[in-house]
Design a protein around this ligand. Structure first.
Ligand code: MN3
Length: 233
């Protein structure tokens, strides 16, 4: 009986020690940088509200839950965490961090590279030159990006990344992303400049099965000023 009480106390203490670093580094839902209705008609307000307020929020809640027992990883920035997920040996914990840490990063990034169509801007001279060099033209780049987004079977993302100074289009399943060293292949690692969510939750309410229409419409709300800035930093 005494042992039982001692074990319970120890367990409680261990739990609060494990949780204390996570409390200071806990991840929270970033506000959208525009109103949820501002991307309409390209992305409808109901999709935005559910996608941000429910789906993204759920990834964060589950990420914080997984980090409660990972005091070292809990100290990392969300960016830095992506490159360390591969180092977790326990398969269930690694999967929780991969799905939910990726989900949090990917969605935070996704909101930031979109903007109301009136503010979309255009690729800078530097970005346009890099796109022309890698893909031949903006139109060819958009076609290749759309193809990657269409070919992603099931759920995942299409990406424009910069890798060794060159632009490249990639695609990842589920909530993987190009920053997940040791999880995605080396050929798909790089710094994301654009990312498109092709999970059905991103478009089904408005576009149903018409993923191609969603992709075409999405170009209207790409925040080129944000992409230009990412290329230059
Ligand atoms: Mn999503």
């Amino acid at each position: 009986m005494k042992l039982g009480v001692a074990s319970a106390v120890l367990a409680t203490t261990a739990r609060s020690i494990a949780q204390s670093p996570a409390t200071s580094a806990i991840h929270s839902l970033p506000a959208l940088p525009y109103a949820a209705s501002d991307l309409a008609p390209h992305i409808d307000v109901e999709t935005m509200n559910i996608h941000h307020g429910k789906h993204h929020a759920a990834y964060i809640a589950k990420l914080n839950e997984a980090l409660a027992t990972q005091s070292d990883l809990a100290k990392l920035s969300l960016d830095a965490l992506q490159g360390q997920i591969h180092s977790i040996n326990d398969p269930a914990t690694q999967a929780a961090l991969r799905n939910n840490g990726g989900g949090h990063w990917n969605h935070s990034f996704f909101w930031s590279i979109m903007t109301p169509a009136k503010d979309a801007g255009k690729p800078s001279e530097k970005l346009a030159a890099a796109i022309n060099e890698a893909f031949g033209s903006i139109e060819k780049f958009q076609a290749a990006f759309a193809e990657a987004a269409m070919k992603r079977f099931g759920s995942g993302w299409a990406w424009l990344i910069i890798q060794n100074g060159k632009l490249k289009i990639t695609s990842t399943p589920n909530q993987d992303n190009p920053m997940m060293k040791g999880i995605v292949s080396d050929a798909e690692l790089g710094k994301p400049l654009l990312g498109l969510d092709v999970w059905e939750h991103a478009y089904y309410l408005h576009y149903q099965n018409r993923r191609a229409d969603y992709i075409t419409a999405w170009w209207n709300v790409v925040n080129w000023n944000a992409v230009n800035a990412l290329l230059s930093t």
